[in-house]
Design a protein around this ligand. Sequence first.
Ligand SMILES: [Zn+2]
Length: 309
Amino acid sequence: MPDRHACQASCLWCGQLLRSLPAGRPIRTRDWGGDDTVYTYVPCSHCRSLVLINPPPAELMGQHYRDDYGPYQQPLAISLAPLRLPDREALAARATPRQPLQILDYGPGSGAWLACARLTFPAIAMAAVDFDPAVSGQRLAWLQQPVALLAPEEFLATAHRWDVINFSHSLEHVANPVTVLERAIEQLNPGGLLLIDAPSVDSLSLRIWGPCWQGLEAPRHLSIPAANQVVRLLCHQRLQLRRRFTYGSAALFQRTLEQASQPPCPWPRRILIRAGRAVCGDGLLNRCCGRLGLATSFRLIASKPVSGP
Ligand SMILES: [Zn+2]
């Protein structure tokens, strides 16, 4: 039965009205944090992105980010490594102690990516965008280097220019991803890099496990973008797509199976869960799915042409 809300909402990624006959069946899922509210994601008939059509009011969203939220956990030093980026040497050659590379992480979480960026380049100035800059500043203190913190609206208004901008699983959390992305591209220096990681609508786990797929992470994820639509937007803004691939997460797969095994769990699903646990842990499946573009997340790396507009 079509959802009443579907007629009123638009796709966050292409603006298409989510009509009463969407591209596929809406996905109804419970709150990731365990409360009983049911959230509904509707697939866009134009770009295939999934859009959450009944998000909590913006002023209450903070309640859905707990202190133990995964991305906030401080990484072990041994898990940090230099980033593998195209044009890394050319970018590194620009950096001097007096003119460090300008690095922005939109949604810095624990600060792990910023720490990796610092291992990658000889001199960087770090900035980050967060819904709550004060709390984010406390989480990033372990970096022991100043991080300029911006609220989302400050980011949209700033005239600052950046050499690398990272969106690691953050665009799915914002209500205006296209505006944010377009502003980021404007703020990118020629020769600069834009990195995007996001959950994938093409995930095999999503197809099999539907509402149990933990990539939905309702209601924090306001959309699950279709990678092809994000690529179209980047190309429309005259960025050059340099790398594109998909990858999986063993922890997310395990959480998905846990959710799927909650009662009532009919016997065909129990067999599927047992098979899933036996086959994977999910390294092998993820590698295969990654090759086929069916894994949990996608990563895009694009550059701004030096002689471009
Ligand atoms: Zn769309």
